[in-house]
Design a protein around this ligand. Structure first.
Ligand SMILES: *Cc1c(COP(=O)(O)O)cnc(C)c1O
Length: 470
């Protein structure tokens, strides 16, 4: 007897699993949003060792319900308001399934031409859909690539920037210790992590001061660059953020871009969550100046209904990125690569192998259409603005930061950090919703992030009612 699952059994179990997932979504509001599992309890509910003989699929599915579900925090719950969304949708889930079913490894064009060409096409579509600069189109000097995460995108941008700044010599000879990069005090920690990983040194990524809205102060950037130049150092990179993680602060991309151009810095724009808003023309003012960027990234896996992981990154000059990352051992040589007529995405990121991620993004865009996506984004922004208005109108609460899009940062006026921490703990212990916190201006602050695929007005109303409970 073969050990493999037969196509007929796969058909049967696959349909059962799809049914299970559909049921899960129908019941999702009945689970506590934040898993109530104690550390170690999930492992303790499972056998310590693997089975010697294969088991039936039904046994696995039963264990998922019995032992795994209690350890799930329900990110797709409409009452999930924590961190940033990692929203999913049925078309994206089907795209993931198809990607797994085809089992393609798309490291080279030749290893599955469709994996590369669909990705390039969909990223060109998105340039138009998001109002991004034409320089990002693959039909010119630029192009887009799907990275796993925004963390990988900022690392790739830093690597390309360093090579461009040093005549493509650091990739062979190691880091020039005079190199300096810039971000703001509110930049996502992935930039600092990347600076460490690449050997730049976290201390050599300077955190520039922000203004009262938590946006980078361009004059402080200029002063830091000029001081470093005067000290004989080599400024080469700046990261601007459209929608910071803490409070969705919007860095002034144009002013930062002008400084980047003046001093020859590579400008990377990180719009991991907020980038999706640019689907709607009325929100594109937030990214004004993007034509000055050398690279840009946003995560459809946050707010654009595409299952994790999916980060879209564009560069204006793909040659710089490819030159920084290309490496061609004999066993990968092939005529398509040698012809220069194809994209080999292995040269656009750190890892070699890659999944067929474009499928799920393509399914999402085709299922909803541009107009459908715009309507969902507008509704999330409307709900957040409404919640912000409720907070502003209640004398017990205050807004802690501007609300440009779909994240509301707020706190109790009285009782300080302890009262706000107690409020958050009460809410999350209820299991009825999940919020997280940040610290703004030294004060403990609650965040209500709206971006769940299933979140509707009634969920936001219920959240506000629970928050207001004395
Ligand atoms: C979430 C976030 C990141 C990190 O995202 P990953 O894709 O998980 O690496 C980076 N930057 C910003 C602004 C973010 O909001």
């Amino acid at each position: 007897m073969t050990a493999h699952m037969t196509p007929d059994d796969f058909r049967r179990h696959g349909k059962a699993l799809i049914d299970w997932i559909a049921d899960y979504y129908e019941q999702i509001e009945t689970y506590p949003v934040l898993s109530q599992a104690a550390p170690g309890s999930i492992r303790a509910a499972l056998p310590e060792g693997p089975p010697q003989e294969g088991e039936p699929f039904a046994a696995m599915l039963a264990d998922v319900e019995r032992a795994i579900l209690p350890g799930i925090t329900h990110w797709q719950s409409p009452n999930f308001f924590a961190y940033f969304p990692a929203n999913a949708s049925f078309p994206a889930i089907l795209g993931e399934l198809l990607s797994a079913g085809l089992g393609v490894q798309g490291m080279l064009w030749q290893t599955s031409p469709a994996c590369t060409e669909l990705e390039t096409l969909v990223l060109d579509w998105l340039v138009g859909m998001l109002g991004l600069p034409e320089a990002f189109l693959s039909t010119g000097t630029g192009g887009g690539v799907i990275q796993d995460t925004a963390s990988s995108a900022v690392l790739a941008a830093l690597l390309a920037a360093r090579e461009r700044a040093t005549g493509y010599s650091n990739v062979e000879s190691g880091n020039d210790p005079r190199l300096r990069a810039y971000c703001s005090t509110q930049t996502h920690s992935s930039a600092s992590k990347a600076a460490g990983v690449m050997g730049l040194g976290r201390a050599n990524l300077r955190a520039i001061a922000v203004d009262a809205t938590y946006a980078m102060r361009p004059e402080a950037l200029r002063a830091a660059v000029e001081a470093d130049l005067a000290a004989g150092l080599r400024p080469f990179f700046v990261c601007a953020t459209v929608g910071t993680t803490s409070s969705t602060a919007i860095d002034p991309v144009r002013a930062i871009g002008d400084i980047a151009r003046e001093f020859g810095l590579w400008l990377h724009v990180d719009a991991a969550m907020a980038g999706t808003a640019a689907l709607c023309p009325e929100f594109r003012g937030l990214q004004d100046g993007l034509e000055l960027a050398d690279s840009y990234a946003f995560n459809p896996h946050k707010w654009m209904f595409t299952n994790f992981d999916c980060d879209c990154m564009w560069v204006a000059d793909r040659a710089a990125l490819i030159r920084a990352l290309t490496i061609l051992p004999d066993y990968l040589k092939n005529t398509a690569t040698a012809s220069g007529a194809v994209i080999d995405y292995r040269d656009w990121h750190v890892q070699l192998g890659r999944r067929f991620r474009a499928l799920k993004l393509w399914f999402v865009i085709r299922h909803y259409g541009v107009v459908g996506l715009q309507a969902l984004v507008r509704e999330h922004v409307r709900l957040a603005q409404q919640f912000a208005a409720w907070v502003a109108a209640d004398p017990r609460f205050e807004l802690a930061a501007p609300v440009p899009l779909n994240l509301v940062c707020f706190r109790l006026r009285e009782g300080g950090d302890d009262a706000n921490r107690a409020l958050l703990e009460r809410l999350n212990a209820s299991g009825k919703l999940y919020l997280t916190h940040t610290v703004l201006g030294g004060q403990y602050t609650l965040r209500l992030s709206i971006g769940g695929t299933l979140t509707e007005e009634r969920h936001v109303q219920a959240a506000w009612a629970m928050i207001r409970e004395p």
